[in-house]
Design a binder for this molecule. Structure first.
Ligand code: ADE
Ligand code: ZN
Length: 325
C-alpha cells in the first residue's frame, strides 16, 4: 500500500531485535529434517506459542539446529535482508549465546560466524548492525561475570553492548545478581541494555536503571504501573525499545487499544517501535508503525519523532547516526 511505501522510506533504526527471532519456519523444518530432530508441532503451527516460557523453550530447539558456520551466516545475512525490506537503516541485534547449544564454549568462533554474515550483507549494500550479547535472566552471577570477561578479552568489533533477556517471572528480583557483570561491562566500554517491564513489573525497570546502569530498556512497558517510574524515565530520558505485536502475541496485553506505548510517549518517555522476534512472532517494522498509527492516531509528525528516537537511542556510531538523521 501507499502507507507501507511511505513507512518503508521513513528514516529509522531498530533497537530491539533478536537474532534468535529471525528463523523462518521453513528453514527450521528443513534443518530439523536434516538433523533427524522432531519438531513439537507441524510446520504450519510451529510458531503458535502459549506464552513467553513456551516461546523461550522453542528458541533452544531452533538455535540448537544452527550447528554450522554456514547456518549462522545464512541467519545473519537474512536478518540484514529483512532490515532492508523495511527500510531500516541500522539495527542493534540481541544475541543470547545460551540458546545455541552446539556453540557453547566457542563464543569467539560464534561471533566470527555471525559477523561474517553481517559483513557480507554490508558489502552488498545492506544496513549496518551492532551486536548486543545477552545474558539469560536465569544465569548465575558467576556465569554473567564470565561472559563479560570473555567479551572483554575478545574485544570483538561487532559487539557494542551487554544485554540481559529471558523470563523474569520465574526468577524473582534478579537485578542484584547481574549488577557486578553490568558494572564491569560499563567499565570495559560496552553499552548496556536490559529486558525489563515485560515479564517483570515496575520493580524490574527500577532495578535495570538503579542496579544495572541501563542505557536503554527493552520493553519497559509495564513502567506505566508506577507513575514515579514513568516520571524518572522521562526526566532521565532513558529510551524504551517497545515491541507492540510481541506484547500482544506473548500475552502481556490483550489488545493494542490498551497497550501503553502511546501513554508513555505522551508522558514524555522516549519510545521507539520494534519487532523483537519478527519471524517467530509474525511482525515487521513497517507493520509495527502502521499498527500504532492506526490504533493511536499517530500523525506524520509523531511518526517521524518516534522514528528519530529509534536512531538516537541506538548504539550506532555518531557517523552512522548522522547519516540516518
Ligand atoms: N528473548 C527473545 N525474545 C524475548 C522476549 N520478548 N523477552 C525475553 N526474552 C526474549
Ligand atoms: Zn526482546
Amino acid at each position: 500500500s501507499a502507507e507501507e511505501i511511505r513507512l518503508k522510506a521513513l528514516p529509522k533504526a531498530e533497537v530491539h531485535l533478536h537474532l534468535e527471532g529471525c528463523f523462518e519456519a521453513a528453514l527450521i523444518a528443513q534443518w530439523a529434517y536434516t538433523e533427524g530432530v522432531a519438531l513439537p508441532r507441524p510446520q504450519q503451527d510451529l510458531f503458535k506459542f502459549s506464552g513467553l516460557a513456551d516461546f523461550l523453550g522453542f528458541l533452544d530447539l531452533a538455535c540448537g539446529l544452527a550447528r554450522t558456520q554456514d547456518r549462522l551466516v545464512e541467519l545473519s545475512y537474512g536478518l540484514s535482508q529483512r532490515l532492508a525490506a523495511n527500510g531500516t537503516g541500522y539495527a542493534d541485534v540481541i544475541f543470547n549465546p545460551t540458546h545455541w547449544h552446539a556453540w557453547h564454549g566457542r563464543l569467539g568462533a560464534m561471533l566470527d560466524a555471525i559477523d561474517a554474515g553481517f559483513t557480507a550483507a554490508e558489502q552488498d549494500g545492506l544496513p549496518g548492525v551492532g551486536l548486543c550479547v545477552s545474558l539469560l535472566r536465569t544465569q548465575s552471577a558467576d556465569a554473567a561475570i564470565e561472559l563479560v570477561d570473555t567479551l572483554t578479552t575478545l574485544r570483538h568489533p561487532r559487539v557494542v553492548a551487554l544485554s540481559v533477556d529471558g523470563n523474569e517471572a520465574t526468577a524473582g528480583r534478579t537485578g542484584p545478581r547481574f549488577a557486578e557483570a553490568f558494572r564491569k561491562a560499563g567499565s570495559a566500554g560496552l553499552r548496556r541494555t536490559v529486558h525489563a517491564g515485560e515479564s517483570s513489573g515496575p520493580e524490574g525497570v527500577w532495578d535495570a536503571v538503579d542496579l544495572l546502569g541501563a542505557d536503554r530498556i527493552d520493553h519497559g512497558v509495564r513502567a506505566t504501573e508506577d507513575p514515579a517510574l514513568v516520571q524518572m524515565l522521562a526526566d532521565r530520558q532513558i529510551p524504551l525499545g517497545v515491541c507492540p505485536t510481541s506484547n500482544l502475541v506473548l500475552g502481556v496485553y490483550p489488545s493494542i487499544e490498551v497497550h501503553p506505548i502511546d501513554r508513555l510517549r505522551q508522558a514524555g518517555v522516549r519510545v521507539s517501535v520494534n519487532t523483537d522476534d519478527p519471524a517467530l512472532l509474525g511482525a515487521s517494522l513497517v507493520g509495527e508503525y502502521a499498527l500504532c498509527r492506526q490504533a493511536f492516531g499517530w500523525t506524520d509528525e509523531v511518526t517521524r519523532a518516534v522514528a528519530r528516537t529509534s536512531i538516537e537511542a541506538s548504539f550506532a556510531s555518531a557517523d552512522v547516526k548522522a547519516g540516518l538523521l
